[in-house]
Write a protein that binds this ligand. Structure first.
Ligand SMILES: [Zn+2]
Length: 45
């Protein structure tokens, strides 16, 4: 499980609340809040 503000690395992440999937395209990218539901918890998709 990952949180908004972490830099877990390149890849796809799924919002644990609504299932929205986002893509971080660089290892220095920071996880945002979910654009749909503003949840801050993510799992690797
Ligand atoms: Zn969400």
């Amino acid at each position: 499980m990952f949180s908004t503000g972490e830099k877990p690395g390149k890849g796809y992440y799924r919002c644990v609340r609504c299932g929205e999937v986002i893509y971080l395209n660089d290892d220095t990218d920071t996880l945002p809040p979910c654009p749909k539901c503003h949840n801050t918890r993510w799992t690797r998709a």
